[in-house]
Write a protein that binds this ligand. Structure first.
Ligand code: S3P
Length: 467
């Protein structure tokens, strides 16, 4: 069996990679589909669910903090519940109180216990990569697996630098299953990450909490900084210098209260929908406005979108605002390279906006899209082709021709999301400029990030039937 980092395999260890397969029945295998019929207007006031990135982090830091961490606005999605269950299986006491309220009773840095079975992280790359960092200095072995999609995603991007810090981590040819061996003698390193990735940065920051000396991560450009903001809220000092962030070992984290804003990445679909609709005004309440996340807002504004930011509040670690979106004539855009990491999850929705814009749009420098829940360039391209949108695939992005004057942009037809939540939701938006219904296949995984999407979409005017 070809292994990365297998030099550490101990012959006496009870944990090894042989025979470990994908976790139980993956959500991508659940047949579920939507039929979204053309409508002209979206209208109303909605609150999309809590931020996924922040919800994961609040659980992880709460678990190793001392005392109570109260999380309000928690995203009860399949991805975040995977993190929650993984922590519970390591002995962390977590109570779910009401829909979006979670209490974590942290027992300190070394309170986690060895799990009795592999940790199944479902579809969630964030859960897996951040947990690898957190487990890299625990005293027990743990094995991490996921669904069919996650089992194909690259893990060496975190395993490699963590090994440089002394961690004992094995992957199978770079992908899960991942074994993290018990070991508590990490050393801080300066690490220059080849990609702007918050998951890589966060895994190293979590490892750095117990590594000797300073752990220093430099990114090519700044990725989302929720981990940094939240570590500070838990009392961990950090040092920033441009795109470098550094942490020193700590004795404790202090439990705290975390207010999770609505997820900008979930709001993004409605920013596009509200912009390409023919009429209606949509208000999205209490949306997270962390500038490392709001690249799509800048892109859409440069395309001529009519989106007002109201009541921006910068109290607390994460800024929030209401976003009010109205229909507008969009113009094609060449996406500025520096915006790519700040809009990385929003490109499926962006491609739909670009198809509705006048003039061509081009996205480059987004090769990371190829290793998301699906290869989002390939899967979006197949869907755009099925709906009659002229475009060209690039190795690191896409060129989209833009609308012809008059008529509908999308022909109607059937698109397969490939089990990718964001692809499915992006194509639902296309119904606002379609001449016939759009069938979206493989929609079950929308619950990984946006439970209740179909209902919420219907509440603001979409004609979306589930089957
Ligand atoms: C995330 C980071 C991003 C993003 C993902 C969530 C996070 O991934 O695409 O949806 O919560 O840290 P990368 O770190 O791979 O860019």
């Amino acid at each position: 069996l070809p292994l990365q980092g297998a030099g550490f395999l101990s012959p006496r260890s009870s944990v090894n990679l042989d025979g470990i397969m994908a976790g139980p029945a993956s959500e991508t295998e659940t047949p579920a589909r939507w039929r979204v019929s053309p409508v002209d207007a979206v209208e109303g006031e909605v609150t999309v669910p809590g931020d996924k990135s922040i919800s994961h982090r609040a659980l992880l830091l709460g678990a190793i903090a001392e005392g109570l961490t109260e999380i309000e606005g928690f995203l009860e999605s399949e991805d975040c519940l995977r993190t929650l269950e993984a922590l519970r299986s390591m002995g962390v006491r977590i109570q779910q109180e009401g829909e979006q309220s979670v209490r974590v009773r942290g027992g300190g840095l070394f309170s986690l216990q060895a799990p009795s079975a592999p940790l199944d992280l479902g579809n969630s790359g964030t859960a897996m990569r951040l947990l690898i960092g957190l487990l890299s200095w625990q005293k027990f072995d743990a094995t991490l697996v996921g669904d069919a999609s996650l089992m194909k995603r690259p893990m060496e991007r975190v395993a490699l630098p963590l090994r440089m810090m002394g961690a004992r981590i094995e992957t199978r040819e770079g992908t899960p299953p991942v074994i993290v061996r018990g070991w508590d003698r990490l050393r801080g390193i300066p690490y220059k990450s080849p990609m702007a990735s918050a998951q890589v940065k966060s895994a190293l920051l979590l490892a750095g909490l117990r590594a000797s000396g300073e752990t220093r991560i430099t990114e090519p450009s700044t990725s989302r900084d929720h981990t940094e903001r939240m570590l500070k809220a838990f009392g961990v000092p950090l040092r920033h210098d441009g795109t470098t962030i550094a942490v020193k070992p700590v004795q404790r984290l202090r439990g705290t209260r975390i207010d999770v804003p609505a997820d900008f990445s979930s709001a993004a679909f409605f920013l596009v929908g509200g912009s390409i609709a023919r009429s209606g005004t949509l208000r999205l309440r209490n949306v997270g406005m962390n500038p490392t996340r709001t690249g799509l807002l800048e892109i859409l504004s440069a395309m001529g979108a009519d989106i007002a930011v109201e009541g921006l509040s910068t109290h607390g670690p994460e800024p929030v605002a209401d976003l009010v979106v109205r229909p507008a004539s969009l113009r094609g855009i060449e996406v500025p390279l520096e915006l790519v990491p700040r809009a990385i999850d929003e490109f499926p929705a962006f491609f739909i906006a670009a198809a509705c814009a006048e003039g061509p749009s081009i996205l480059r420098g987004a090769e990371e899209l190829r290793v998301k829940e699906t290869d989002r360039i390939a899967v979006m391209s197949r869907g755009l082709t099925a709906l009659g949108v002229r475009h060209r695939v690039l190795p690191d992005g896409m060129l989209i021709e833009g609308r012809k004057a008059g008529g509908p942009v999308f022909s109607g037809g059937t698109v397969d999301s490939g089990g990718d939540h964001r692809v499915a939701m992006a194509f639902a938006m296309a119904s606002l400029q379609s001449s016939a219904p759009i069938e979206v296949l493989n929609t079950a995984n929308v619950a990984t990030s946006f439970p209740g999407f179909a209902e919420l979409a219907r509440s603001c005017g979409f004609e979306l039937e589930e089957s």
